[in-house]
Design a protein around this ligand. Structure first.
Ligand SMILES: Cc1cc2nc3c(=O)[nH]c(=O)nc-3n(C[C@H](O)[C@H](O)[C@H](O)COP(=O)(O)O)c2cc1C
Length: 320
């Protein structure tokens, strides 16, 4: 007897689902939603809560050449609509990452971008070289918001010359797509976007956290042991959307937009401003399912508004 089920037409299957896929600097993403570095560990930490296969990509926590212990506590302080953190880029170093962290993500069908950093140009280059040609790594996101201890602590990401030299050196050290993660702690973000382009980077990621500080008025001590920390969350979103919009107009590079994305509406703001993909950070602490909720929300929005692909919306903010 023939299976009657196969003869029943399913009206739902005839509705075309919007295409969420994005080719970001040669990296194929099934949808534009990734996890922001440092807020999603190495993926394993969230694997019991969400299906990692649903993510466009995982941008892992920052990796350096050698292990780093991080800052003493307190390292996190909640602020109005945001969070200050001074974790101090704690991580096990690139060798342990390759041996113990990366293989887990290989079990999933999602792009893996490795966020790298260092305290000298040579350290950045060393990590980039270690990751070159490693199966399962789709690209490098270079966190340039670090001080160069060999050059008096000048922050790579806030000095045009230092940023150019660093990004050029990393570009020459790997065959992987190189995405420059820009610091928002600058006067003109477009100058740094242009430096990344001139150094041969394949994409931009912005924004990293804004430098902030909070003080306990009774003890008169800073809330963070490190005194200052990086501000993230909804408090920084309008700044981030503005910077993505300015960078997208200044250079012809694809952008991963981030900064305070909590909902699919927030993510779509970044896409209209010019981002081809987005990353979700602080929201993961509030709602560990935020990424999948955002993916579902984007898909539903596109279907409701009659768009066939997310790509139709990139940079489509109307100016008049
Ligand atoms: C706890 C914490 C740790 C972070 N660690 C990193 C890191 O290792 N490397 C990096 O480039 N950015 C790091 N970031 C910055 C985020 O990736 C992101 O750029 C920023 O938080 C803005 O996005 P959000 O407001 O959605 O969190 C960290 C942010 C937080 C809150």
């Amino acid at each position: 007897m023939r299976n009657r089920k196969s003869e029943i037409r399913n009206p739902k299957s005839e509705i075309r689902r919007p295409d969420l896929s994005v080719n970001f600097a040669g990296i194929k993403l099934k949808n534009p939603v990734m996890t922001a570095s440092g807020t999603f560990g190495y993926g394993e930490e969230f694997a019991d809560i969400i299906d990692l296969n649903r993510l466009g990509g995982v941008i892992v926590k920052g990796i350096s050449l050698k292990p780093i212990k991080g800052n003493p506590p307190p390292r996190i302080w909640e602020t109005p609509s945001g969070m200050l953190n001074a974790i101090g880029l704690e991580n096990p170093g690139v060798d342990v990452f390759l041996r113990e962290k990366l293989p887990f993500l290989g079990n999933y069908d999602t792009a893996v971008l490795v966020n790298i950093f260092g305290y000298s140009l040579e350290e950045y280059v060393g990590v980039a070289e270690r990751l070159d040609g490693v199966p399962g790594v789709s690209g490098l996101e270079v966190n340039i918001s670090c001080p160069n201890v060999k050059a008096g602590g000048i922050v790579f990401g806030t000095n045009l010359k230092a940023a150019f030299e660093l990004l050029s050196a990393v570009r020459n050290a790997t065959r992987l797509p190189v995405i420059a993660k820009l610091s928002p702690n600058v006067t003109d973000i477009t100058e740094f976007a242009k430096v990344a382009r001139d150094a041969g980077c394949n994409g931009l990621s912005l924004i990293n956290t804004l430098l902030g500080m909070a003080i306990d008025i009774r003890s008169r001590k800073p809330r963070l042991a490190n005194c200052t920390g990086g501000l993230s969350g909804p408090a920084i979103r309008p700044v981030a959307v503005r910077m993505v919009w300015q960078a997208a107009k200044a250079v012809d590079l694809p952008i991963i937009g981030m900064g305070g994305i909590m909902t699919h509406e927030d993510a779509l703001e970044f896409i209209l401003a010019g981002a081809s993909a987005v990353a979700v950070g602080t929201a993961n602490f509030v709602n560990p399912r935020a990424t999948v909720d955002i993916i579902d929300g984007i898909e539903a929005f596109l279907a409701q508004e009659g768009f066939g692909s997310i790509r139709e919306l990139v940079g489509q903010v109307r100016m008049a």
